[in-house]
Design a protein around this ligand. Structure first.
Ligand SMILES: Nc1ncnc2c1ncn2[C@@H]1O[C@H](COP(=O)(O)OP(=O)(O)OP(=O)(O)O)[C@@H](O)[C@H]1O
Ligand SMILES: Nc1nc2c(c(=O)[nH]1)N[C@H]1C(S)=C(S)[C@@H](COP(=O)(O)O)O[C@H]1N2
Length: 174
């Protein structure tokens, strides 16, 4: 079965075309590099804002039926950074371990990693992971948390994902 994965860029400036979106391509590239099983990737860009982001996430989870959503941007302290508030409106269960680990590995690169309110949660059979907007943060964060993602999707009853163990060693206990 083909797993459906959404790559959502959350950025006012990328949505307005003021700069080229680099985070969306970085997320897609990482997924295609690490995953060996069949996947369908949907790419989308939305402006920042609680309502806009929540609407985009609901559409991708409920209407498009995504198994996994990777979203980047809007996790910081600027007034328009409202991704965590949108997540609070949308997710049914919060998984704080994702944010804890991503901040820990990012802190080795930049002290401002503590400013990111990145995290993860589930809505129905969809896992949503939020990442910082900085394109260079994408691989750092995905390398750290993705080993737990395939088993998480198994437990949720979502689509199956297999990874290349040389690139991402997915852990499935027992
Ligand atoms: N999608 C993206 N593509 C390319 N660069 C990005 C993207 N998102 C963020 N950045 C870069 O990371 C820096 C820090 O991100 P910042 O917090 O300002 O952006 P954001 O809140 O995620 O998006 P924006 O400010 O455009 O709404 C930006 O100055 C920009 O250089
Ligand atoms: N790995 C990594 N994490 C990072 C950063 C980075 O450059 N690399 N930037 C930090 C900064 S400066 C901010 S403000 C927050 C939030 O970014 P966002 O608002 O683009 O989501 O992510 C943080 N996490």
């Amino acid at each position: 079965m083909t797993a459906k994965i959404a790559v959502l860029t959350i950025s006012d400036r990328a949505a307005r075309g003021e700069y080229a979106d680099k985070s969306g391509p970085a997320m897609e590239e990482w997924l295609r590099w690490a995953i060996t099983s069949p996947i369908e990737i949907l790419r989308q860009i939305t402006p920042d804002g609680r309502a806009e982001v929540a609407q985009a996430l609901r559409d991708l989870a409920d209407v498009q039926g995504c198994d996994l959503i990777l979203a980047s941007g809007g996790t910081g302290p600027a007034p328009r950074d409202q991704t965590p508030e949108a997540m609070a409106d949308v997710v049914e269960r919060d998984f704080p371990g994702f944010g804890e680990l991503m901040r820990a590995v990012s802190l080795r690169e930049v002290p401002t990693a503590i400013l990111s309110r990145q995290g993860a949660g589930t809505r129905g059979k969809c896992l949503i992971i939020t990442l910082p907007g900085k394109p260079s943060a994408i691989a750092t964060c995905l390398n750290a948390v993705f080993p737990a993602v395939p088993y998480c999707l198994d437990l949720m009853g979502a689509g199956r994902i297999d990874t290349d163990p040389a690139r991402c060693k997915a852990f499935r206990p027992g």
